[in-house]
Design a protein around this ligand. Structure first.
Ligand code: URA
Ligand code: CA
Length: 444
């Protein structure tokens, strides 16, 4: 069939067959289908949607557009986690080692940060010596020895996504559930894990601004997994404020070390989301029967120090200096010229935050990239001193900026004042977690 006829078919609300979807993906990657036709098709998909079978077919075609990692020679059920992107979200550095300490196998490929969200690789590289570019052999060797390795993507993973995403970005077709779900899941499936726990964020700092959209994305991704025989669960969690209190690369490594050292209170949102991710990973890995048992195991691995030990070993095996990864030594990871307190100008309650603006402010201090070419300063960022629901008085510190290059400081201070909403009366604070989507049920 001519591709124009397939566009017409989708534009009129009909479903595409497995073969037609394959033809679309291979034709687009090879250059046979030009950008303008693919743009038109993606707009038709955005307008008309896809059935769950079409979305699974699209995901599989995208996954097979490049290398597919084979982890089958590693022992056990290979466990992975993925977050749809947040601010102050340092969960990978906490959950991956904890799950390994509980006996899980975590062979994880992570990405870099872009825009207002941070990336695990940039955080790892803030630890001197750490080399995230490992060969497949050395990646597997580290996993065999230590139960966990987090490295950069190797090889040519899902070239179809790179090309489709670049086009979506400039044709207003990013915000489309089947396209987002296939983009994320094709990469997760290509990186070889058997079981995946997703954290779909919703709120001011997330892709999905409403809870309803976040649940739809979560259900779509779980259904793709079910279609292709992998176990997938998805949490829907809040991104109406940064998840952790520290935002920046070395600063987030510090907070991960603090959690793994038992220094963070168990009611803390970062701690809670880590527990939920870890519980679901242990259940999918057949390492725990239920949430209660899983949580007990995870907490034990914090208290006996074995989770932290897994992180230290992983860094050492990746060539990094693990001696920084203790509560005593981690301060040396951060070296800045100035600390600037941003102070409240009113009495009242913190009723909300614009997490995206806070992430952008951290980026403007040098913690993130506006373009791929930007160089990150691992030390800079900010430490939040308040959370939603807190009472503040005029003059109280809302956050402390960690600054080396002060060229954007005035703008950043202004942005932080705008991003932290203070009102006279306390209103309802959004919950941390909205629910869990499993193969069998949606628990809100
Ligand atoms: N993250 C992805 O990898 N792809 C999307 O389409 C959206 C978020
Ligand atoms: Ca304000």
């Amino acid at each position: 069939m001519r591709f124009v006829d397939l566009i017409d078919k989708k534009a009129h609300g009909n479903s595409l067959t497995t073969e037609e979807i394959q033809q679309m993906v291979t034709g687009f990657v090879s250059g046979e289908i030009p950008d303008y036709q693919m743009s038109s098709m993606m707009m038709a998909i955005l307008q008309r949607g896809m059935t769950s079978k079409e979305t699974a077919d699209l995901t599989m075609s995208m996954m097979h557009s490049g290398d597919v990692v084979d982890l089958s020679d590693l022992p056990g059920i290979k466990l992975d986690k993925h977050s749809t992107g947040g601010v102050g979200d340092t969960t990978t550095l906490i959950v991956a080692p904890l799950v390994a300490a509980c006996g899980g196998t975590v062979a994880k490929m992570s990405g870099r940060g872009l825009g207002h969200t941070g990336g695990t690789l940039d955080k790892l590289e803030s630890i001197p010596g750490t080399n995230i570019e490992q060969s497949m052999d050395s990646f597997k060797k580290i996993v065999r020895e230590n139960g966990v390795a987090v490295i950069g993507q190797t090889g040519n993973l899902v070239p179809a996504d790179k090309k489709m995403y670049a086009l979506r970005d400039v044709t207003a077709t990013v915000g489309c559930v089947p396209l987002i779900a296939s983009s994320i899941m094709s990469k997760k499936l290509a990186s070889g894990s058997d079981a995946i726990v997703l954290d779909v964020k919703t709120g001011t700092g997330a892709f999905m601004h409403t809870k309803e959209d976040a649940f739809e994305l979560a259900k779509t991704m779980v259904s793709i997994g079910t279609h292709v025989g992998r176990s997938v669960r998805a949490l829907v969690t809040d991104m109406n404020q940064p998840l952790g209190m520290k935002i920046g690369n070395a600063l987030e490594v510090q907070e991960a070390v603090e959690v793994l050292s038992g220094e963070i209170n168990e009611k803390d949102p970062l701690f809670e989301v880590c527990m939920l991710l870890g519980e679901n990973m242990l259940i999918l890995g057949n390492l725990a029967k239920n949430e209660e048992e899983a949580r007990k195991m995870l907490i034990e691995k914090i208290h006996d120090g074995s989770g932290l030990k897994k992180l230290q070993n992983m860094i050492a095996l990746e060539g990094g200096d693990a001696s920084y990864l203790t509560v005593e030594n981690m301060k040396k990871l951060v070296s800045v010229k100035q600390y600037i307190d941003v102070k409240s100008e009113a009495d009242g309650y913190v009723v909300g935050m614009n997490a995206q603006a806070i992430g952008t402010a951290a980026q403007m201090l040098g913690a993130g990239r506006a373009t791929k070419e930007d160089v990150i300063d691992p030390s800079v960022g900010m430490v939040m001193k308040v959370r939603c629901g807190d009472r503040v008085k005029s003059g109280d510190t809302l956050c402390t900026l960690y600054v080396n290059d002060d060229k954007n400081v005035e703008d950043v201070i202004k942005m932080m004042h705008e991003a932290i909403h203070i009102e006279k009366e306390l209103c309802e604070i959004p919950p941390m977690v909205y629910g869990v989507v499993t193969e069998k049920a949606v628990n809100e």
